[in-house]
Design a binder for this molecule. Structure first.
Ligand code: URP
Ligand code: ZN
Ligand code: ZN
Ligand code: ZN
Length: 472
């Protein structure tokens, strides 16, 4: 009998439902055997004392995404996926953004051109629909869904991307017909504009006021509106980047009525509060924490932890959206427009590399969630929700050998100098973390180990996806 290409020996395998001691064998990029003892392999890795996890699946990242205001994103596919791999991820899902007036087909084609040959992990694209013309709704979108682009995001705010209610309903209707999954950015545009005007009239223009302008009430209202429209159309939706208690209650309200509403939250909503946007005495340091929805307060943090435990949240994604802090294109004091008002500070923070360590350290190490729940939230459930399971997100025979070895006891602070993203800062600088990835294996080949990239060139592939299940 021929030997497997790789045997990972002596580790503790963790899935969304179980943990157990076993060896794991890989041949031709797939998991071929899981047993208490596997003899010999062309390559052998000693995983004793380590956890053996299905590679992280980050279902919400922004890479090389064109910004309406001309701001340049700090990560392209190469740097963003290197950062992902160093953080224990083997699959990421960024967004092919349709500009207003642009064909969706062209947006997807352009995005492939950016990704081609650049990805250090596997990638698959969601789409962002900003211009739902009859051509897009009638032809392009249905065709693209059938080709494996089975999910797309819509925005209820942002001047250059917002859809009105009629447009939301039309997009939802296509999703229902095509069995696609809609991701909703739920914040009420007019309420935010009203709050922004009021704050500016009072001279409240520092980055901190972004958090007041993007009030949780506006997120709650939009979450309910999205749910109502989805109910009317009879289509499942995902509410992405849920920030706090109020929108969570709307999701629970919907679930109690049997509606299919999935939910995502992110590290910023457990590891930050709006206080962080104050920086040092309301200065521009606060711009390092500006994202939408903004982080809330300790009450919402407690609610989010409860939701991560009790299943209100299905998935935990980074919403990695990296900008530079320094320079006139950055989010900070060198940006002349951002100095005049928080409303010009680009929205988003880097976090693809710190997502897993933060949830592990704050969640598993501190006893708030189980190891199995950690795997469900960060790998298995995102793979299921977006039509990649069991090829991704599973330690089972036949699955892709995408595996992260994890040292649950390694203690070290987050430091910008140790990270691999393109951004010039991390909002988590100095945060003490217990539990870090130590090796990332993609399709049976080690791509990152002990702080070093081990492949000469990117080996990530593009992954067409299937349809979402009705339940996880
Ligand atoms: O502030 C954020 N989250 N920026 C990224 C874009 C989005 O809305 O997800
Ligand atoms: Zn052989
Ligand atoms: Zn969003
Ligand atoms: Zn996002």
């Amino acid at each position: 009998m021929s030997l497997p290409d790789l045997v990972i020996r002596g580790g503790t395998l963790v899935t969304a439902s179980d943990r157990f001691q076993a060896d794991l064998a890989v041949t031709d990029g797939k998991i071929t055997q899981i047993a208490s003892r596997i003899e010999g392999g062309h390559e052998e890795i000693d995983a004793s004392g380590l956890l053996v996890l299905p590679g992280g699946v980050d279902a919400h990242v922004h890479l090389a995404q064109e910004q309406g205001d001309g701001t340049v994103m700090a990560d392209d596919f190469a740097s963003g996926t290197r950062s992902a791999v160093a953080g224990g991820n083997t699959t990421v899902l960024p967004f092919a953004l349709q500009r207003k007036g642009q064909s969706l087909r062209e947006a997807v084609r352009d995005y492939h051109a950016q990704a081609e040959g650049q990805s250090w992990c596997d990638v698959s694209f969601h789409m962002i629909i900003t211009d739902p013309t009859p051509q897009v709704l009638g032809q392009e979108l249905p065709a693209l869904v059938r080709e494996g682009y089975t999910s797309f995001k819509v925005f209820m705010t942002y001047d250059d991307m917002v859809l009105n209610d009629a447009e939301l309903l039309d997009v939802f209707d296509v999703a229902r017909r095509e069995n696609a999954l809609v991701m909703v950015h739920a914040e009420g545009h007019d309420a935010i504009k009203y709050m922004t005007r009021k704050l500016e009239e009072q001279g409240k223009t520092a980055p901190y006021y972004h958090a007041e302008a993007h009030a949780q009430i506006a997120e709650r209202e939009a979450t309910h509106r999205a749910i109502s429209h989805a109910q009317l159309v009879d289509v499942p939706i995902v509410i992405v980047h849920v920030s706090g208690r109020d929108p969570m209650e709307q999701i629970q309200w919907a679930r109690a009525r049997g509606l299919q509403v999935f939910a995502e939250t992110c590290p910023q909503y457990v590891a930050m509060t709006a206080e962080d946007l104050k920086g040092l005495n309301m200065d521009f340091e606060g711009a390092k924490y500006v994202c939408s929805p903004p982080p809330r307060d300790s009450d919402s943090q407690a609610a989010i932890w409860q939701g991560l435990r009790d299943g209100t949240f299905d998935i935990f994604s980074s919403d990695h959206c990296p900008f530079y802090f320094d320079g006139e294109n950055g989010t900070g004091k060198d940006n002349p427009r951002a100095r005049t008002s928080f409303k010009w500070v680009p929205n988003g923070i880097p976090g693809v590399e710190t997502r897993l360590p933060i949830l592990f350290s704050e969640g598993v190490s501190k006893g708030r969630i189980t190891l199995e729940r950690f795997v469900a939230l960060t790998s298995t459930n995102p793979a299921k929700l977006y039509g990649m399971y069991p090829q991704k997100g599973a330690l089972i025979i036949g699955a892709d050998a995408d595996i992260t070895l994890w040292d649950a006891n390694r203690r070290a602070p987050v430091r910008q100098v140790d990270l691999h993203h393109g951004a010039d800062y991390t909002p988590y600088e100095g945060m003490e973390i217990t539990g870090w990835p130590v090796r990332t294996i993609l399709g049976g080949r080690t791509v990152f180990a002990a702080g070093t990239f081990t492949e000469a060139a990117p080996t990530g592939r593009y992954l067409p996806r299937g349809y979402s299940p009705k339940q996880l």
